[in-house]
Design a protein around this ligand. Structure first.
Ligand SMILES: Cc1cc2nc3c(=O)[nH]c(=O)nc-3n(C[C@H](O)[C@H](O)[C@H](O)COP(=O)(O)OP(=O)(O)OC[C@H]3O[C@@H](n4cnc5c(N)ncnc54)[C@H](O)[C@@H]3O)c2cc1C
Length: 431
């Protein structure tokens, strides 16, 4: 048999980090034909860098991790089109262009889309989420010559949008339903630091405030919002940033089982033969496989892509979730979290907390009261070394061993200040 007769036709829906990582790792280990389809862009770009384009720190070109010739050189075919339906019996994708695409193996890596909750006025011009390149272009158009913007939803994308608008000197009102920023994830001290950081940048932060209605003018353009407290805020732009959900609408009516996302086992296999799903659109049937049934993070999407590539290339591999990690930048404040840090400390855990006087540097270490094993780290304004924290968490290091060695996790050698935390071993310390 000739080599081309043995080659499978592997088709990937989505050129985000999950789909592209799968494509790259399959190419490293096989001669199969690989086709990546995206309706969004010709080439892979870093979604997490979208804000920096608006802020003028990067161009779109800078956000592409690979040169445009990389795909031809690696025999990865790119199609710019929208998949509108999947026929798993015929192994065929129906496309927006009308030209169907056949597959032997299909990987669905279609990502997320912004949530909308049916607010009156949500479809007015000047009202939008921030997820895609198209959203960014729309935001460019809609934020020219406006005297105020309102951002609704206190998550990671909401604070990014507030910062983007602030960078263009547009006054921003930020409506956050919670009593403090992200208090459903962050312990009270950390949440308060972010509230202060937001306000320090002249953002009009409205806590415990929800959007009731968006109002528009006769031309169909937004001109204000009403809050649940009955207050009207005049504005020319509304950012809706109340989370994202898996982008799976085009799979409805197919034989692929869906819940909120595409249901997968720990090898990313769906209910249909030779169909896999990875990244933000995948939902684990067994919720213990991952940190959350739907993981919506850059590094997890990458890990999904790498893992599914191994399975498809003949080494069936289960997903190894590793230690949870996330990082973000809230205006000028860097944040990292590792492992299991909850907003409310469980009865079975204890916490060690260090922060400096200004409150802009903070390190928290949570550990299990009985075994004394460290379960998580939070850091604000201090960079911890990923590999060190992850190792301690995965090997179940006890807090009494971690504290004297904290400097191993210290990313900023010039920042000796926070090493005092180790001296504060047994007590919560504020230095
Ligand atoms: C503004 C912003 C900032 C973020 N910042 C961070 C961060 O700091 N850290 C972090 O960990 N995560 C961050 N995230 C989340 C992170 O970007 C996502 O978790 C990650 O991009 C998911 O990758 P993915 O490959 O699963 O999907 P996506 O990146 O969403 O890619 C999916 C692709 O599939 C295409 N597609 C979907 N349906 C179809 C179809 N029917 N036909 C053709 N193409 C289709 C989409 O257009 C898209 O191009 C951020 C997200 C946003 C929006």
């Amino acid at each position: 048999m000739r080599q081309q007769d043995m080659e499978r036709n592997i088709v990937i829906i989505g050129n985000g980090v999950a789909g592209i990582t799968a494509a790259r790792f399959i190419r490293k280990n096989s001669y199969d034909r690989i086709t990546v389809i995206s309706s969004e862009s010709d080439h892979f770009f870093s979604r997490t860098a979208l804000m920096y384009i608006y802020m003028g720190h990067m161009t779109y070109q800078d956000t592409k991790p690979y040169e445009d010739w990389f795909w031809t050189k690696n025999r990865i075919d790119l199609i710019r089109d929208r998949v509108v339906a999947v026929d798993t019996d015929a192994r065929r994708l129906e496309m927006g262009s009308g030209k169907p695409v056949s597959y032997d193996v299909l990987i669905i890596a279609s990502g997320s889309q912004s949530n909308k909750f049916g607010w009156p006025g949500q479809d007015l011009r000047g009202v939008q989420g921030l997820y895609s390149l198209e959203d960014l272009e729309e935001m460019e158009r809609q934020t020219v010559d406006i005297s105020r913007a309102v951002v609704v939803g206190g998550g990671l994308i909401g604070i990014e949008m507030a910062e983007m608008l602030h960078s263009r000197h547009i006054p921003v009102t930020f409506l956050v339903r919670e009593r403090s920023y992200m208090d459903y994830l962050l312990p009270a001290e950390e949440s308060a630091i972010v509230d202060a950081e937001i306000r320090a940048h002249q953002i009009d932060l409205r806590l415990s405030t929800e959007l009731a209605e968006i109002t528009g003018n006769d031309a169909g353009h937004v001109n204000g919002v009403m809050t649940n407290h009955g207050e009207r805020i005049e504005c020319g732009f509304v950012g809706l940033t109340s989370g994202v959900r898996p982008n799976v609408g085009f799979l409805k009516g197919s034989a692929i089982e869906l819940d909120r996302g595409v249901l997968v086992n720990d090898r990313f296999q769906t209910s249909a033969d030779d169909v896999y799903a990875i990244g933000d659109c995948a939902q684990f049937i067994d919720p213990t496989v991952a940190h959350r049934p739907i993981e919506q993070l850059w590094y997890t999407a990458r890990k999904h892509g790498k893992t599914v590539a191994r399975t498809i290339c003949g080494s069936p591999t289960r997903y190894e979730r590793g230690a949870f990690f996330n990082s973000a930048k809230f205006f000028t404040l860097e944040y990292q979290t590792y492992g299991d840090i909850r907003s409310d400390l469980p009865d079975t855990q204890e916490t060690l907390l260090w922060h400096n006087r200004s409150g802009r540097r903070l390190v928290r270490i949570n550990f299990d009261s009985e075994s004394r094993r460290v379960v998580g780290f939070n850091a604000f304004g201090v960079r911890l070394r990923h590999e060190v924290c992850e190792k301690w968490l995965l090997e179940g290091a006890v807090v009494d061993r971690v504290l004297p060695q904290l400097s191993l996790a210290d990313f900023d050698p010039e920042c000796a200040e926070w090493r005092l935390a180790s001296a504060a071993a047994a007590i919560n310390y504020s230095g």
